[in-house]
Write a protein that binds this ligand. Structure first.
Ligand SMILES: C[S@@+](CC[C@H](N)C(=O)[O-])C[C@H]1O[C@@H](n2cnc3c(N)ncnc32)[C@H](O)[C@@H]1O
Length: 263
């Protein structure tokens, strides 16, 4: 029996069987990409692997629940996920700082975060994830000087004071670097540890306080930490015991911080 707000050591393909049908509000799936030298990342066919995950996840997701599946640009190419989940956006997580070292083709500068829901999304908290609309504000100022606007022939465009929808190209959140205070170890650069800001956007957009979030490939536990801080319940699964210890330590540190603030 799986309990909430815990990190489990094990293989998510097995442990998921113990999760009840339609019990999860949001899944953050940052698993294999099929490109690194890590043993767990060496797969024969990443698309077939992801289709298997999508099938499993559609069983445990509530109606209207969301899945964010991370991967390389081809991570869901030529597979039919439509009987299981609805694809809403293929978010491009753009990383302009990568060194352009490719010699035979254009260097890949982005990851995909495929945003699926089980039917129509039950939650999309746009107001919690709005970003500054700097470009539009400049444009508006220019527009306001145009005679047709000054004379009131065309109505002024309404802008939301809280900012704009972040859209499906996320270039404002940077990958962790050697200099990031958040980085736990240089071993986790690039393919492993994700920035909290990235996961916060996902968790805020597609869940509410008290909802249940599943991270089946927990790694260093970024999703679990974000969930704890944002008052979401969570279930974490991670196959590597060293990583499980790191998750546990990060979760314990939040407890310690909270209790030290109380005294
Ligand atoms: C890309 S990392 C996740 C990183 C995480 N998002 C973070 O911010 O730290 C993927 C993790 O999945 C784990 N993993 C790989 N195969 C697994 C499986 N079948 N079940 C559970 N965990 C697995 C790996 O050990 C690795 O730590």
């Amino acid at each position: 029996m799986i309990e909430v707000n815990k990190i489990y050591k094990g293989d998510c393909w097995k442990l998921l069987d113990e999760i009840e049908d339609e019990s999860i509000d949001l899944i953050v799936c940052d698993g294999p990409y099929g490109v690194t030298k890590n043993g767990w990342d060496r797969l024969r066919n990443i698309q077939e692997y992801n289709l298997g995950l999508i099938k499993m996840f559609s069983r445990v997701l509530k109606k209207g629940g969301a899945l964010y599946l991370f991967g390389k640009p081809d991570c869901i190419d030529f597979i039919d996920y439509r009987p299981f989940l609805t694809l809403n956006s293929k978010i491009v997580w753009y990383q302009p700082s990568r060194l352009g070292q490719g010699r035979t083709t254009f260097t890949n500068n982005y990851d995909i975060i495929a945003y699926f829901t089980k039917g129509k999304a039950k939650v999309f908290n746009l107001d919690l994830i709005r970003v500054p609309q700097l470009v539009e504000l400049e444009h508006r100022r220019r527009c306001e000087k145009v005679p047709s606007v000054i004379n009131g022939k065309f109505p002024k465009t309404k802008f939301n004071e809280k900012g704009k929808n972040p859209g499906d190209v996320w270039g404002d959140i940077k990958q962790l670097t050697y200099k990031s205070k958040e980085l736990l170890s240089k071993d986790f650069l690039n393919t492993i540890q994700k920035p909290k800001k990235l996961i916060e956007r996902i968790v805020k957009a597609s869940s509410n306080e008290g909802d249940l979030v599943l991270d089946p490939f927990a790694g260093t536990g970024t999703t679990l930490v974000v969930c704890k801080e944002l008052k979401r319940n969570f279930i974490g699964i991670e196959i590597n015991s060293d990583m499980v210890n790191i998750c546990q330590k990060r979760l314990n540190d939040i407890e310690l911080n909270l209790s030290s603030r109380l005294f």
